[in-house]
Design a protein around this ligand. Structure first.
Ligand code: AMP
Length: 198
């Protein structure tokens, strides 16, 4: 199996690069943000709880998020070649939980791809995405709190995974395909994984 975390601030291109990763490596994509937005649009109980956090730009509590991920892994990812985790983990306790969730399934996390993008560019990208897609939390006020949450709660994971020797820094500025080529080259070096032949 090849299990990857796509790490980066909101607006850093995680969703875009995930789509390419699943295509080129045959992996299953789990975006915790998408899982939550799906619940919100279906009006489930979980969706109502999630919306009360997401609309303020706050994180869903760790215990709930970890339980949701555990269920998605059982339901969707058990027979796949590996998983791209997009938007998870976002806190140190979530990273510890991910280790345990994978260990319990006799597998491991192989690399953390860190998309690094300057703050002013992040802001611009999210404002544009909000205008183009109508995504509710892409408004200036919520974006500010999401970036604060990222700095305070999520960025410490960069050091956490660097210490584990798993962090692969990638310049997330520029053309989508060039960024993906950097990711593929880094992954091959770090894990030996090869993208599919064209
Ligand atoms: P995303 O689509 O990854 O930008 O996530 C959108 C929102 O969903 C975030 O701002 C959080 O409110 C919530 N969310 C997504 N993933 C997580 C997570 N791993 N832990 C807590 N909250 C999350």
């Amino acid at each position: 199996m090849l299990n990857l975390v796509l790490f980066g601030a909101p607006g850093s291109g995680k969703g875009t690069q995930s789509a390419k990763l699943i295509d080129e490596y045959g992996l299953y994509h789990i975006s915790t943000g998408e899982v939550l937005r799906d619940h919100i649009s279906r009006g489930t109980e979980l969706g109502k709880i999630a919306d009360s956090y997401i609309s303020k730009g706050n994180l869903i509590p760790d215990a709930l998020m970890i339980q949701i991920l555990d269920e998605v892994l059982d339901k969707e990812a058990s027979d796949k070649k590996g998983v791209v985790f997009d938007g998870f983990p976002r806190t140190i306790p979530q990273a510890e939980a991910l280790k345990e969730l994978l260990r319990k399934r006799n597998t491991d996390l192989h690399a953390v791809i860190g998309l690094e993008v300057p703050e002013d560019e992040l802001m611009e990208r999210m404002i544009r995405r909000g205008q183009e897609t109508g995504r509710a939390d892409d408004n200036p006020e919520t974006i500010k709190s999401r970036l604060n949450v990222y700095h305070n709660q999520t960025l410490p994971l960069k050091e956490y995974y660097t210490n584990e020797g798993k962090y692969l820094p990638i310049n997330g500025l520029g053309v989508v395909d060039d960024i993906f080529n950097d990711i593929a080259a880094g992954l091959e070096k770090a894990t030996g994984a090869k993208r599919r032949e064209h």
